[in-house]
Structure formats: structure tokens, C-alpha cells
Design a protein. Structure first.
Ligand code: KIV
Length: 285
């Protein structure tokens, strides 16, 4: 698909040419269990959505935007309003991928009813088709409640960053027998509750494989295993925007260096009065 965009002056939106294609649906994602691996990346802004969309089955508006976009210390302070604003931008910038919005900490844990109100708000405000929430067995009744009321839910088990204050760190899960049994129980519970897919984050590889074999919905690994039904990464991590990334990240580019280099060249031009030139200035006729 072309990545050339024209501005539609009626809406001020950048629309891709050629014409938009049909979006990936929740049933289509479910049907990929055991098939061609599902590709998911995070996106928080319209331009990133435009660039990533042609390559992805799913775009996740992750609450990792708290750290990546806002410089917050964790995902805990992220609000529903932040998720709605970024979610709407990603939907506007995408035409192909299924867009999933993270439910932020505090917006769903209290009760299935609270979760329904928050999820309905996110879907109405953004036009996205699904939400993601963190937690295993304890969240199964909520996943069941939402799914039966028309809100597709992607579960997220293993290392759940919103629980940082309980976990005390971002280390991999599943190193002890007890943790392995808990992870498998969580996976089975959210699967039975109707999750259409589940993120499996930061777990030792054998347990990621065991979970993938045990559940009926696709597993999307991050710091898990290539045997999962799909993979997700934070786009800025894999693009090389940050100096330090977790061990499970593969860097596909060094974008930070390129940005820094471009800024240095711009600064040098400005200081030398070498920018703007005739090409970038307006002259009288
Ligand atoms: O918030 C996020 O970006 C996520 C992914 C890393 C799975 O939850």
C-alpha cells in the first residue's frame, strides 16, 4: 500500500491513496489462532498510525504512552481522557488494522459495570473496535460481562505493568512452579471468559508455549516466545527511539540518532544563516 497522503480539506484529515481497504475484524483475529502470526505494534499518534497501519494486523493504543509520550514514571497515572484522545488520532490515521485501546489503571478494576462504562466511552470517543485490560482470573467476570454486551476484550497476563506497585519491578514471570500454575490458570480463565486474544508479557518461554497450546484464542507475545500466535512491541522501542530498552526488544532502526543528527544540522544552518535559502522563502513577483 502507498504511504503517500493527501489532505482532505473537507475534514482536514490526511487520507491515504489509494482508497482505504477493509479493516481487520475481531473474528478475523480470532480465526488466526495457530495460523499466520499476528502482527501488532503500538501507536499513539496519527502519523505513526499512518506509517504502521499497512504492515500491522492490529494497532494497540497502549497505556505505555504514559512513559513514551508523557514521560510519566509508570502507566499508573494514565487517564481515560488521554487514552480517548490518542485512540481517536490512531483511528483517524489507520484504515486497515484493528485498533485496540488500553483501559487505563483505575478505569475498570472496581466492577464489571465500571469497566463497561469506561470501555463504552473509549469506543464511542475513538471509533476503535476493542479494548485491552490487564489481569487474569480476577478479571474473568469483567471480560465475560463486556464480551456479552458487545465489547471485544483483549486480555493481558503475565507481567502486567499497571500492577508495578504490587510487583515491585518489571522482571519476567513464571520462574517458580507456583507462578507457572498461576499463569496457566489466568490464561485459561480469561480465555473461557471470552477474551478474543491475550497479550502474554514477560514470561519464561516454556510457559508462554504452554499457554499458547492451552487456550483457544490467539496469544500475542512480548518478551514471551516466537511460538505465540502473534507478537507486539512498543513501536518506539523497536525503532530505536530510546537508549535503554528491555532485553526482549529487537531494534530495527536507530531513529533517535537520525533525529538528533537532523536537529544538529538544522541548528548549524540556522546559526550560519544557511537556512532558509531562496528555496524556502517567498519573493515578490
Ligand atoms: O501499553 C502497552 O504498550 C502494552 C503493550 C506493551 C502490550 O500493553
Amino acid at each position: 500500500m502507498s504511504t503517500t497522503f493527501t489532505i482532505d480539506t473537507a475534514t482536514s484529515r490526511a487520507n491515504p491513496t489509494p482508497a482505504p481497504m477493509k479493516r481487520v475484524t475481531v473474528p478475523a483475529v480470532r480465526a488466526r489462532k495457530g495460523g499466520e502470526p499476528l502482527v501488532m505494534l503500538t501507536a499513539y499518534t496519527v502519523r505513526m498510525a499512518q506509517l504502521l497501519d499497512p504492515h500491522c494486523d492490529m494497532l494497540l493504543v497502549g497505556d505505555s504512552l504514559g512513559q513514551v509520550v508523557y514521560g510519566l514514571p509508570s502507566t499508573v497515572p494514565v487517564t481515560l481522557e488521554m487514552m480517548a484522545a490518542h485512540g481517536a488520532a490512531v483511528v483517524r490515521g489507520s484504515y486497515h488494522a484493528l485498533v485496540i485501546i488500553d483501559m487505563p489503571f483505575g478505569s475498570y478494576e472496581e466492577s464489571p459495570e465500571q469497566a463497561f462504562r469506561s470501555a463504552a466511552y473509549l469506543l464511542k470517543e475513538t471509533g476503535a473496535a476493542a479494548v485491552k485490560l490487564e489481569g487474569g482470573e480476577a478479571m474473568a467476570p469483567t471480560i465475560d460481562f463486556l464480551s456479552k454486551r458487545g465489547i471485544p476484550v483483549m486480555a493481558h497476563i503475565g507481567l502486567t505493568p499497571q500492577a508495578i506497585n504490587m510487583l515491585g519491578g518489571y522482571g519476567a514471570r513464571g520462574r517458580s512452579d507456583a507462578e507457572q500454575a498461576k499463569l496457566l490458570g489466568d490464561a485459561r480463565a480469561v480465555d473461557a471468559a471470552g477474551a478474543f486474544a491475550m497479550v502474554v508479557e514477560g514470561v519464561v518461554e516454556p510457559i508462554a508455549i504452554a499457554i499458547t497450546q492451552a487456550v483457544s484464542c490467539p496469544t500475542i507475545g512480548i518478551g514471551a516466545s516466537a511460538q505465540c500466535d502473534g507478537q507486539v512491541l512498543v513501536a518506539e522501542d523497536m525503532l530505536g527511539m530510546f537508549d535503554r530498552v528491555p532485553r526482549f526488544v529487537k531494534r530495527y532502526h536507530e531513529v533517535a540518532n537520525e533525529i538528533s543528527d537532523a536537529a544538529a544540522r538544522y541548528a548549524a544552518d540556522v546559526r550560519a544563516r544557511a537556512f532558509p535559502t531562496q528555496d524556502q522563502t517567498y519573493q515578490p513577483k
